[in-house]
Design a protein around this ligand. Structure first.
Ligand code: SF4
Length: 314
């Protein structure tokens, strides 16, 4: 690729990232005037990308909000504790490094060979909530992206027996904070490319020595294979999460199946119970392989086609 072509592609990627993050922020009312957003930075590509894009949007947003980057140094062996302070000082953004040796606690409590992630995450969550309170943060921003959300949906279906994903916005389990995921619409592959282009000083996530979550890895591979074989499928799955039809699922608490009555009236949009499955038109693709927003809206894509993103409209 020529340097000109590369620069063009990177500019396109930046626009797309800003547009998608802006769209999620608007769709879910994630950031409001006067918010103080605590951005959790792990040193991985996703959280670097999140901070980077939020800083770009902050300059052009119609609302004023503050950003403060927070990293929790869990004292994992070999954690390069100079990397993030050096990076954040260079950016000139307010930041806080919280040092808490959760690594020793987890090592002490969990038998060797058992996965440490559940206790580790619980401890980390508690600490981050406390830090958010001390810093006066009104929102906590996490770097989970579209693929994380879809993986979670599948993991919950396969192993949890629940149709449950990872929300773009939620109230923290202690009821005190609004947690937001501004990368909810962003595909992981875009974050990988962005991290390479921006040369983020990535800190490896294997320092704790925990075994990889095999199931999450398998589901991740499945989604990546699908994405290669059937471009647009993951995008469509994300739309599906935003277009839930309780009458066509089986949750009796969401739809009154037991008291359902016939109406005697024809309904053009009603279910044709004995027809073959409705044919679903294939997604329209833009020249960069992304789903084309301007394409004729199809079922499940109306919201996307209508979305206006004032804070990322450049
Ligand atoms: S991978 Fe390591 S640092 Fe991450 S949650 Fe698991 S134990 Fe904690």
């Amino acid at each position: 690729m020529t340097p000109e072509k590369l620069a063009f592609e990177n500019k396109k990627l930046e626009k797309r990232l800003c547009r998608e993050v802006g769209r999620a922020i608007v769709d879910y009312h994630m950031i409001e005037e006067g918010d103080r957003v605590m951005v959790c930075l792990s040193g991985g590509k996703d959280s670097y990308g999140l901070l980077d894009i939020l800083m770009k949007l902050q300059k052009r947003a119609p609302v004023n909000f503050e950003l403060i980057a927070v990293n929790l140094d869990q004292k994992q062996p070999g954690f390069p504790d100079h990397v993030l302070p050096a990076y954040l000082s260079k950016l000139g953004i307010p930041y806080h490094i919280e040092t808490q040796d959760t690594y020793s606690i987890v090592k002490e409590k969990i038998e060797p060979g058992k996965t440490m992630c559940s206790l580790c995450s619980r401890l980390r969550r508690g600490i981050l909530y406390r830090v958010a309170k001390e810093l006066g943060a009104t929102k906590i921003a996490l770097g989970h992206h579209r693929d994380d959300m879809l993986q979670t949906l599948f993991l919950n279906m396969f192993f949890g027996g629940k149709l449950k994903g990872m929300p773009a916005k939620l109230v923290s389990d202690n009821g005190e904070f609004m947690v937001i995921r501004p990368l909810a619409y962003v595909p992981e592959k875009d974050l990988i490319r962005w991290a390479e282009y921006r040369e983020f000083p990535i800190i490896p996530c294997t320092l704790c020595g925990s075994q990889e979550n095999l199931q999450r890895k398998q589901v991740g591979n499945l989604l990546r294979d699908w994405d290669k074989q059937f471009p647009g499928r993951l995008e469509n799955m994300l739309h599906a999460l935003q277009n839930v039809v309780p009458s066509h699922l089986m949750d009796r608490s969401l739809y009154p199946f037991q008291t359902l009555q016939t109406t005697g009236m024809a309904n053009e949009d009603g279910d044709k119970a004995f027809d073959a499955d409705d044919p679903v038109p294939p997604p329209a693709l833009a020249d960069d392989g992304a789903l084309d927003d301007e394409a004729a809206p199809r079922a499940g894509n109306e919201t996307r086609a209508r979305a206006v993103i004032p804070i990322a409209a450049h």
